[in-house]
Design a protein around this ligand. Structure first.
Ligand code: SF4
Length: 94
């Protein structure tokens, strides 16, 4: 089945696909930026709070996250981020 666009409140919403939300834990993020590089949707950026290391933590920008978990798989810091599927299965995490 193809993707259906529905216009709601002046914005188009893609239906028929999983969407995601990434929960960031700045206390565990080291600001390496690997998740930013691998995200195919540009949903992450190093725009979070400044860490003790002087780097910025990653921030979830929203947008068109597809919950593909690329960011979760590449992250070297346990517990730094979790991907929540807004349709379908529950979150993944470690
Ligand atoms: S789950 Fe995929 S699309 Fe969503 S922020 Fe992570 S890498 Fe990007």
């Amino acid at each position: 089945m193809g993707i259906v666009l529905r216009v709601s409140g002046g914005s188009a919403v893609r239906e028929g696909r999983v969407r995601g939300h990434v929960e960031i834990h700045p206390d565990r993020c080291q600001g390496c930026g690997l998740c930013v590089v691998v995200c195919p949707e540009g949903a992450l950026a190093l725009e979070g709070p400044v860490l003790d290391s002087g780097y910025k933590a990653v921030k979830f920008l929203g947008g068109d996250c597809r919950a593909d978990e690329h960011c979760f798989r590449v992250c070297p810091e346990p517990g730094a981020l979790r991907v929540h599927r807004l349709q379908g299965a529950a979150h993944v995490g470690r």
